[in-house]
Design a protein around this ligand. Structure first.
Ligand code: NDP
Length: 451
């Protein structure tokens, strides 16, 4: 049995109840086969694959807080510190009722390679809680965030582990957590990213994941003799990534015609009104029905709890599809529909939104497909730029950060393209991203001995 298959079996045996983690490990290790085969003796002897698939540590803790009725609520908190071979752990905090250890592990594992691809010195980690911020008052959110940080603060620090936002964790939550860290530890340090601009945040961090996704997509199109001008784009999600992806795609001359949230989706043939979408989602924190009510050209499609939200988005004819909501939201049938409709390019704004079968179908049918590890790395890259500014105690201008972000995303595209070519897999950007991210981490692990 090959070394990759041996380790895949071992990982399946040890983590049988964590399907998302197994999905992520399977995808990564399968695409690393050529690299592992070329270095099998060295990697086996040093148990590289066993070590890279086992987190350094995983923390799980109780988060008690009091709701507005005076009732004590209890959630479960997580932080998985996966690998710090190339820098302090770095990765977001997800607040969503679906969160469990397997989901945090899959995200932390992917983060190792994504962070390596940015070329910046950051290791992989992820955290969060099964707390649902929806419908909670500001006071309840603060009570939860303070309790969560009261425990988490024992394990993080500016040179140890620097969490950031993710689904359900935006500027408000980061602010409450930062305040609590400062209060308990008695120090002001860059322990979180995605902070407000008045206390150490970076300009362009809010826009970074969506903008970065489009910088990479534009470079990919350019290298295939195409441009964004005049293209029709479908986007899922209506959160941070989706909003700024929509904005940048429109600035590049494309027309974005869809968005979605967990209860419905919008088809707007005139093009999404991004200012209206921001007002509905960022200011009012409302449903997409409010967007549809305010915009004549928009069709709203309600989705019941039993249905898959956002699935309708992939039925709309497009040149480019950008899944920006959540994991496993683009399935094989959706991929078939995209291909039948002539879609040329799929780049993932979300983490693992496309299933393995759907990815293979897209790749086998000539669609240029870039996975989230590369395509959405702009968020964490800009978080690392926030860390640099905090260390320097300086703030860079929006233009300076944005220019660095663009440069990083263009370089990521060329690095993954080159890595795929080096191993005879030209055009397989999934393999290219895994290989390019993996090589740097493994070199660091080998240099640091058995740890
Ligand atoms: P937000 O919470 O801002 O937005 C998420 C969007 O997706 C919302 O519209 C939400 O709808 C929808 N959504 C979330 N979960 C589900 C679900 N289970 N089913 C259907 N719809 C869902 O998150 P972000 O935009 O920050 O993150 C989106 C994706 O991008 C995630 O996969 C995240 O890990 C990834 N990502 C984010 C980065 C960042 O910088 N923010 C960086 C890199 C990756 P509703 O509001 O109704 O819940």
């Amino acid at each position: 049995m090959s070394y990759v298959d041996e380790v895949l079996e071992l990982v399946k045996k040890k983590n049988a109840s964590e399907p998302e983690f197994l999905q992520a490990v399977t995808e990564v290790l399968n695409s690393l086969r050529p690299v592992v085969e070329a270095n099998e003796e060295l990697y086996r002897k040093n148990a590289i694959l066993e070590r890279i698939t086992e987190p350094d540590r995983q923390l799980m803790f109780r988060v008690p807080w009091v709701d507005d009725k005076g009732q004590v609520q209890v959630n479960r908190g997580f932080r998985v510190q996966f690998n710090n071979a190339i820098g302090p752990y770095k990765g977001g905090l997800r607040l969503h009722p679906s969160v469990n250890l397997g989901i945090i592990k899959f995200l932390g594992f992917e983060q190792i390679f994504k962070n390596s691809l940015t070329s910046l010195p950051i290791g992989g980690g992820k955290g969060g809680s099964d707390f649902d911020p929806k419908g909670k008052s500001d006071r309840e959110i603060m009570a939860f965030c303070q309790s969560f940080m009261t425990e988490l603060c024992k394990y993080i620090g500016a040179d140890v582990d620097v969490p950031a936002g993710d689904i359900g964790t935006g500027a408000r939550e980061i602010g409450f957590m930062f305040g609590q860290y400062k209060r308990i530890r008695g120090m002001f340090e860059g322990v979180l990213t995605g902070k407000g601009l008045t206390y150490g945040g970076s300009l362009a961090r809010t826009e970074a994941t969506g903008y970065g996704l489009l910088y990479l997509t534009e470079e990919l199109m350019k290298c295939h003799g195409e441009s964004m001008q005049g293209k029709t784009v479908v986007i899922s999600g209506a959160g941070n990534v989706a909003i700024y992806a929509t904005q940048k795609a429109q600035q590049m001359g494309a027309k974005v015609v869809t968005c979605s949230d967990s209860t419905g989706w919008i088809y707007d043939p005139e093009g999404i009104d991004v200012e209206l979408l921001k007002e509905v989602k960022e200011v009012k924190r409302a449903r997409l029905t409010e967007y549809a009510a305010a915009r004549k050209s928009a069709e709203y499609h309600e989705v019941s709890a039993a249905e898959r939200s956002g699935a309708g988005v992939w039925q709309i004819k497009c040149d480019i599809a950008l899944p920006c909501a959540t994991q496993n939201e683009l399935l094989l049938d959706d991929a078939k529909q995209l291909v039948a409709n002539g879609c040329k390019c799929v780049c993932e704004g979300a983490n693992m939104p496309t299933t393995i079968e759907a990815t293979e179908y897209l790749q086998n049918n000539g669609v240029w497909f870039v996975g989230g590890k590369a395509a959405n790395a702009g968020g964490v890259a800009t978080s690392a730029l926030e860390m640099s500014q905090n260390s320097e105690r300086l703030s860079w201008s929006f233009e300076e950060v944005d220019a660095k972000l663009k440069n990083i995303m263009v370089n990521i595209y060329h690095n993954i393209d080159d890595a795929a070519k080096r191993y005879g897999m030209e055009g397989n950007y999934v393999a290219g991203a895994n290989i390019a991210g993996f090589e740097k981490v493994v070199n660091a692990m080998l240099a640091q001995g058995v740890c």
